[in-house]
Ligand binder design. Structure first.
Ligand SMILES: *Cc1c(COP(=O)(O)O)cnc(C)c1O
Ligand code: SF4
Length: 372
């Protein structure tokens, strides 16, 4: 047994464990585990510094999960765009491919609570259907292996899938959506990396939400992936009392860059039943973006997106930088809220020979709360 499998085996994995380790009321623990499986592996558990801290909130269930009956189980309407059970085909040229229901830690905010942790809903018998679907749809040039966590599969099983995908001539890139570098970095082994190497181009998108997750072990796992030629990105979910302030996000994004991980998305939290209590006002995300752009490396700045309820896909949101127009001029503000004018190109041809364009700073406006 490999170390990561040994760690998994020692996970908190039931309502009973919660009662024993965290003094949960037995009835409550059973209800919570039924609603969404509990699993916390010993590595992630060791990152908790005190009860209720940003690590705790992500992995220890909360009674609030039980009181959200008015929210949808499938807010992104993934089922509607699902031609076979393992595939969501929403965008023209790429698909999401669910290859396992299992994760090494079940995040209490998971948007796919309706399926994740339930092996009757995502399982091996659907994998061949998914591969066949991609093979018979020439427009699919990008596949995202997800679940659950695709790195819960053994190297052998994962390689079988990668090999079959690489036999599809129109498929250009493969992405792995995995939380392992964050929640169980021991999963990233030399053996795994040398296997992945054979199936490039592979893009790995991982999922860190808080600077405390950026440990030495996590860093090493990201470096191993990068050394093996994978391009590593990160998505973060914006969540109340976890990372809903600019200082925490800035620190996280900078740390990720030192781990050779490029921030990709910050998600506004979905309205998923049983995970709704993590949501923050959209304004908080915009304020964070405002405090990133210009204040740190452009490389550290992901896109802030809302995955539209009902299945509209990801929609990017930005603070307002265009503050007005004056004839042909666009009035802009920079990260310091100084005002600049950019003379736009007129649509009808004009004689501008010899005219040098000058941009001038005209005034500074007061920092104001961002209107949404
Ligand atoms: C997020 C997502 C993708 C990938 O979107 P990108 O913007 O290309 O990263 C593809 N399919 C579905 C259903 C998604 O939710
Ligand atoms: S790792 Fe991803 S799929 Fe698994 S519980 Fe967390 S958010 Fe959900």
């Amino acid at each position: 047994m490999e170390l990561w499998q040994e760690l998994l085996r020692r996970s908190i994995d039931s309502g009973k464990d919660l009662v024993e380790r965290f003094n949960f009321n037995p009835e409550l623990a059973v209800k919570l585990n039924k609603l969404f499986h509990i699993r916390i592996n010993p590595y992630y558990l060791s990152l908790i510094r005190y009860p209720g801290d940003p690590i705790w909130l992500q992995c220890i269930p909360d009674e609030k999960e039980l009181h959200e009956d008015s929210f949808p189980e499938d807010p992104l309407n993934e089922e509607r765009d699902s031609p076979v059970p393992s595939i969501t085909h929403r965008y023209p040229d790429r698909v999401l491919f669910l290859v396992t229901s299992q994760c090494s830690m079940y995040c209490r905010f998971c948007t796919r609570k309706r399926k994740v942790g339930d092996s009757t809903k995502i399982n091996m018998k659907y994998i061949q259907d998914g591969i066949d679907y991609i093979a018979s749809h020439k427009e699919v040039r990008d596949v995202i292996l997800s679940g659950g966590d695709p790195l819960m599969l053994t190297d052998h099983m994962l390689e079988k899938i990668l090999k079959a995908l690489r036999e599809i001539p129109h498929l250009e890139i493969i992405r792995l959506g995995t939380k392992m570098p964050c929640v169980l970095p021991q999963r990233i082994t030399k053996k795994l990396c040398s296997m992945l190497k054979k199936y490039h181009p592979i893009y790995v998108n991982t999922h860190f939400n808080h600077p405390w997750e950026c440990t030495q072990e996590a860093k090493q796992s990201c470096e191993m992936l990068a050394d093996s030629g994978c391009v590593v990105g990160n998505q973060t979910v914006l969540m109340k009392n976890i990372n809903d302030n600019p200082d925490t996000m800035l620190e996280l994004m900078r740390k990720l860059l030192t781990m050779r991980v490029r921030p990709y998305y910050i998600y506004q939290a979905d309205i998923t039943k049983g995970a709704n209590y993590f949501r923050t006002p959209v304004k908080v995300g915009l304020e964070i973006m405002d405090k990133l752009r210009g204040h740190t490396s452009g490389l550290a700045i992901p896109q802030f997106v809302i995955d539209a309820p009902g299945g509209g896909g990801k929609i990017p949101l930005l603070p307002q930088y265009v503050v007005g127009r004056n004839g042909n001029d666009i009035i802009l503000r920079n990260y310091k809220y100084d005002i600049y004018t950019y003379p736009d190109v007129e649509e009808k041809p004009i004689n501008t020979v010899g005219n040098r364009v000058k941009t001038t700073k005209t005034k500074t406006i007061k920092k104001e709360p961002i209107e949404v």
